[in-house]
Write a protein that binds this ligand. Structure first.
Ligand code: FES
Length: 203
């Protein structure tokens, strides 16, 4: 590993990640990234429903050293915070906390904080605080990476349409998506929306 490009803090969190693991009875989870390209963050949150505070948070991630270190710091910054406070954890805070990241590694921190926001939004949808509508689904899909483009599927222009009817969600991919890619994306889209008891079809 080219350790010279990382600060000591990054290396410390990489070799000794805080809050690594999973929470089996999590109140909110989220997976962001793509298994196909190897950048993947999974967060587990335990939330006190009365105080709406994050009482526990853990993560698993399959990514580079910067990704592991960023997610480790993100969990430290989010632990004990109210949901509103945790929503304001920005990737810049994570980068600062790590003493900096190389420019081409900034997206690793963005992946971590985007995952935190997505998990909170899913919790809010689950508890009826926000509505599951097209805008919500689009936000969740922004956490699904297009392995061919390295950006999220919305930014990569892979989504033709999103329709929500009660618990039914239909996501249509653009016609240039081949069969193999469609399978990968369909699985990632379903996972991005899991835990909300939605009936998701991807075509
Ligand atoms: S998560 Fe993509 S290079 Fe770090």
């Amino acid at each position: 590993m080219p350790s010279a490009m990382y600060t000591e803090k990054v290396l410390d969190h990489f070799t000794n990640p805080r809050n690594a693991g999973r929470i089996e009875d999590a109140d909110a989870t989220c997976r962001i990234g793509s298994a196909a390209c190897g950048d993947l963050v999974r967060l587990y949150l335990k939330i006190d429903p009365k105080t709406e505070r994050i009482v526990d948070i853990k993560f698993e991630c399959y990514g580079c050293a910067a990704n592991i270190a960023s997610t480790s710091v993100t969990t430290e910054l989010a632990r004990g915070k109210s949901l509103e406070e945790a929503k304001n954890v920005r990737f810049k805070d994570v980068v600062e906390e790590l003493g900096g990241l190389p420019k081409h590694k900034i997206h690793c921190a963005q992946l971590a904080t985007a995952g935190l926001k997505a998990a909170i939004m899913k919790y809010e949808a689950k508890t009826g605080k926000i509505e599951v509508d097209e805008g919500f689904v689009k936000r969740m899909l922004a956490g699904v990476l297009d392995p061919a483009e390295g950006v999220n599927v919305v930014a990569a222009g892979r989504i033709r349409s999103i329709a929500v009817d009660g618990k039914k969600v239909e996501v249509l991919l653009t016609e240039d998506v081949d069969e193999e890619m469609a399978k990968v994306l369909a699985a990632d889209v379903r996972e991005a929306l899991d835990g909300l008891e939605l009936e998701v079809t991807v075509g």
